[in-house]
Design a protein. Structure first.
Lengths: 177, 103
């Protein structure tokens, strides 16, 4: 019947379940695994939306590099301190639920205004996020922005190296300054 | 083919993921898990970009999603380095125990 709708339903459930696991898990490793499944589910969403390059980059960068970095750091600083959702005071939980719901409803309402003004039929057949089309845009119109992201990554790498050198207990002043 | 799941469903999913990320930043006190929640919020915004890119027939949405990923990668690198540096000094990743800058 409707393979796309079924795929969407399954992976939307996976994404939400992964996010809830990330939120609730006692152990940071489980949080990381929950976020990982959310990211894979989002990659499937991108494929459903014909954004093939973004889907590939999602798996390579987020699921591959970023989550691996997270797991390295979790292993480095230890997982022996359970410090989780269950330990929070009740009022804080209620406030969190209220604020998160307000965010959700606000986003929904903001979207609703656009929908009632009438949007075009969903999807254009010629839009296909292949490498060629995205690269045309990326290296054509957005070259300067692309180059500034290169600068950003270089500066981030330098900052990380600096933190690794001067971040130790003996160099307390450099960290706190 | 593409009109079976309309863009509204993608936006609702993105809003739900963003709300869960906000809840994660508020309720968790482990710096690592707070960081993951920020990543979740960035991911949900990416989903919005790509869904609206499809809706409007503009490839710019996907380009914006790629830029968000680059910035998120830089942010994760520096943020995790800061967490590790703090942990080396304080032996804790709990943000409630880091109150030196309180006025």
């Amino acid at each position: 019947m409707m393979p796309e709708a079924i795929t969407f339903a399954i992976f939307a459930f996976v994404a939400l379940a992964g996010a809830v696991v990330m939120l609730m898990a006692q152990n940071p490793v489980y949080s990381a695994v929950g976020l990982l499944s959310t990211m894979f589910a989002l990659a499937v969403m991108y494929i459903l939306l014909d954004a093939h390059l973004v889907a590939a980059v999602q798996v390579i960068i987020y699921a591959g590099a970023v989550m691996t970095l997270f797991l390295f750091v979790i292993m480095l600083i230890g997982v022996d301190r359970p410090n989780a959702y269950g330990a929070r005071p009740r009022v804080e939980k209620v406030m969190t639920a209220v604020v998160a719901s307000v965010f959700f409803l606000a986003i929904m309402l903001a979207g609703w205004g656009a929908w009632v003004t009438g949007s075009a039929a969903f999807g254009t057949p010629d839009l296909n996020g292949t490498i060629e089309k995205v690269a045309d845009e990326l290296f054509g119109t957005w070259t300067i922005v692309f180059l500034s992201t290169v600068m950003l990554l270089t500066i981030a790498a330098l900052g990380t190296i600096a933190l690794a050198y001067f971040g130790g207990p003996g160099d307390d002043e450099e960290v706190t300054q | 083919m593409s009109d079976i799941v309309s863009v509204e469903w993608y936006l609702i999913l993105a809003a739900a993921l963003f709300a869960l990320g906000v809840a994660g930043v508020m309720i968790r006190r482990n710096a690592l898990v707070m960081f993951m929640s920020v990543e979740l919020m960035l991911n949900s915004v990416n989903l919005t970009f790509v869904a609206l890119s499809k809706e409007l027939g503009l490839i710019e949405g996907q380009v914006a999603a790629l830029f968000v990923m680059v910035v998120a990668a830089a942010e994760v690198t520096v943020g995790l380095a800061i967490i590790v540096a703090i942990f080396r000094v304080r032996s804790s990743a709990n943000v409630d125990e880091l109150a030196e800058m309180k006025g």
